[in-house]
Design a protein around this ligand. Structure first.
Ligand SMILES: Nc1ncnc2c1ncn2[C@@H]1O[C@H](COP(=O)(O)OP(=O)(O)O)[C@@H](O)[C@H]1O
Ligand SMILES: [Mg+2]
Length: 400
């Protein structure tokens, strides 16, 4: 995995070519093996240079260039094709993927997205492991309503995207009254129901074309606009959706419902990890013990089920040691309580708390959680920069 990735850029638009080249040059292990402003020379150049990746802009004549794309992927073995276009029409993405492209980039380019695609390519041993899915699924499960599952799912997703530069999608499985889109101030055009409706045709291209992207970098698959549509989503739909999402993203974060129906159970089963959330009050603790019993019967061990205590440190609740003792289960993570006015403003403005008040204790906890999970799931990757930035005072005077 140490070797460089050789890229050939075929792009008739000088500005976009310069941008793409600049961004790729910033990735230490990507080499520009060639570039051309003349697509008619494209196929010949690909054969001559034999790059690992061909980066093709569909400008100025998308239809002709899609034909070129197809010729490249059909006739040159072991070539991975990345395609870009300034055309906003979701159709173009679908056509690009059908022509054999592995990735599609909207313009203007998003540096993290570009970087993520190259990293994924590199991790898949230069793309040889065709279609292998690597993404990890983490479900956030509230062991009682209102304990903060949605808040944690959203902020974990945002922090993974921002601080670990991974590709992250958030799935709202609260199909009846999901509010992830609202918390993120996104008005999605399509929901999980639309995907389920055309499940046979679902592929990364379609998914990428219809999922809205939040400013933080995360993508969102939201629940249906009307609660009664929830029942249209079946387990086999979810299986397929998760399979496709896994192949596209490094992390799939699911905000599950706490009604343990078939769909929720399927999601939990598919997950590598379940963050089981409780608060420090008697009712939540009582529910937690019952949920843990169910999880135990399902064969999930301590590795998979991680207890997260939310809104702790209030001095009024039950101490975490007492919680651990009473339910005989270790607490994996403690998330502090935030003042109500701050939380309320963040909610009303549709800005996740970790972006709304990034230096709060709560935001720090989310950031640490994201880094911790990233390290746990992707331990072998070299990391750029320190995991945790220390403040000036801490750096000067020591301390953690
Ligand atoms: N750590 C926290 N500090 C303060 N308020 C919180 C915290 N976590 C969640 N909340 C608030 O609690 C309420 C319920 O949270 P939510 O994430 O919707 O829970 P759930 O999804 O489990 O029903 C929301 O108003 C949310 O802003
Ligand atoms: Mg919720």
């Amino acid at each position: 995995m140490a070797e460089n990735i050789a890229v050939l850029i075929i792009d008739a638009d000088a500005d976009s070519r310069r941008m793409a080249k600049g961004l790729m040059a910033e990735i230490g292990w990507v080499t520009i093996a060639g570039e051309s402003s003349d697509p008619s020379q494209g196929l010949e150049l690909v054969r001559k240079i034999k790059p690992d990746v061909v980066f093709l802009n569909l400008y100025p004549a998308a239809d002709e260039l899609l034909e070129l794309a197809e010729k490249i992927t059909r006739s040159v073995p072991h070539i991975t094709l990345f395609v870009t276009s300034s055309d906003k029409d979701p159709d173009i993405i679908i056509k690009a993927m059908r022509s054999g492209a592995k990735e599609f980039f909207r313009q203007p380019f998003d540096k993290d997205e570009l970087m993520g695609a190259f990293r994924k390519f590199r991790m898949s041993d230069h793309g040889s492991a065709e279609g292998i899915s690597h993404g990890r699924i983490i479900s956030v499960f509230g062991m009682k309503g209102g304990v903060g599952a949605t808040t944690i799912a959203i902020n974990l997703a945002v922090n993974l995207a921002q601080h670990t530069k991974k590709r992250v999608v958030l799935v709202d499985l609260n199909l009846q009254l999901g509010n992830a889109a609202l918390f993120l101030n996104i008005k999605p055009k399509y929901s999980i129901v639309d995907i389920a409706g055309g499940i046979e045709e679902i592929d990364p291209a379609t998914v990428k074309g219809i999922l809205p992207r939040h400013d933080s970098g995360i993508y969102l698959l939201s629940g249906p606009p009307r609660p009664e549509q929830a029942e249209l989503v079946k387990e086999n739909h979810l299986d397929r959706i998760l399979l496709v999402l896994r192949s596209m993203f490094d992390f799939v974060i699911i905000d599950t419902t706490n009604v343990l129906g078939e769909l929720a159970l399927r999601a939990l089963d598919e997950s590598e990890m379940i963050l089981a959330v409780l608060t420090d009050d008697l009712a939540a603790i009582y529910n937690a013990r019952q949920c843990l019993d169910i999880f135990e019967r399902m064969g999930y061990g301590e590795d998979k089920i991680r207890l997260v205590m939310n809104r702790g440190f209030s001095n009024r609740g039950i101490s975490s040691q007492d919680v651990e003792k009473s339910i005989s289960y270790p607490i994996f993570w403690k998330i502090p309580n935030e003042k109500y006015p701050t939380v309320l403003s963040s909610l009303n403005q549709g800005i996740p708390i970790s972006l709304f008040k990034p230096h709060s204790k709560l935001s720090e906890s989310f950031r640490d959680l994201a880094n911790h999970l990233d390290n746990e799931f992707y331990p072998e990757e070299e990391r750029t920069g320190p995991k945790k930035r220390k403040g000036l005072a801490r750096r000067l005077f020591g301390g953690k």
